[in-house]
Design a protein around this ligand. Sequence first.
Ligand code: COI
Length: 355
Amino acid sequence: MDIRIEKTTTPKQKPGSDNPLVFGTIFTDHMFEMDYTEGIGWHDARIVPYHKLELEPSSMVFHYGQEMFEGLKAYKTDDGRILLFRPDKNAQRANRSNKRLCIPYIPEGLFVESIKAVVSVDRDWIPTKPGTSLYIRPFVIATDPFLGVRPSHTYKYMVILSPVGAYYESGLDPVKIWIEDEYVRAVKGGIGEAKTGGNYAASLASQVKAHDEGYAQVLWLDGVHRKYIEEVGSMNIFFKINGTVVTPELNGSILPGVTRDSVLELCREWGIPTEEKRISVDEIVEAARTGAMEECFGTGTAAVISPVGELRYEQELMPIGGGQIGPVTQRLYDTITGIQLGRIEGPKGWSVEVK
Ligand code: COI
């Protein structure tokens, strides 16, 4: 599909290099847009100046939340090349979410092409200070002006770009996580493994409660037994227990993270034992009590690799790693960011260049 390009005549001021780039607050000059109409398919692919949307208040996305989003990042290498990290994985996951949400399939080549094209136009917005990158947010919304409940017949797909620093205010300092025992995020058969706004809306009350208690995020337990570890919401969770790196298995209610997959592949390559399995919160409490819990970290596109310095479950406070980032966590952070910045050669196909 041809992509029409209309460049802005009023470019915005780019953030200076001393700007802390608070996550998700600054947007670039352009965006990618294309529409879907039943019977026609995806059409009118275009890059246009970043703009406000004009939508009917009755647009279905506002009422029933039929939407999908993705997240990935672009990086500038020391020699000026632009790299994306495993965008094919985002394209595949986008379509798994689309399928669950009755949103039409987006050809995976077109998904990756839309990202490459808009990143190329706004290449001068990619920040280069350590710990920064250009966050890419592709998303689809249902646009039929209709208040009945059914899948929409029309959609809009967009890609917006945001220069970002660390996701957490604490940067790479270990974060404190609250293990949630009141609310649940998702159940098997629901939409937990789809990347869609509803999952995040479901997390807010709990997140507010945890913030009020001084915790950065919540760690969800499964919705049926309220016993098995799931994910953090903005990241997947890993523990290093007695030398083995363990993470909850993908069970239908956990988001299949691209960074999660990359961590498992790197650990296997390095000969570090890994396990994807059902992990009960009791095992975690026991591992923390006995000292078997050596490290804990979260993984995500926005969060990259985030060390966890304390878990709390009910009244039990579980400090981990003495407030320091653990050696495997640090190695994973250095390797993944090294691959993303083109300083380390990663497995085949992980780095995709934007020309
Ligand atoms: C990402 O890591 O890209 C996400 O979508 C998480 C979001 C909560 C920032």
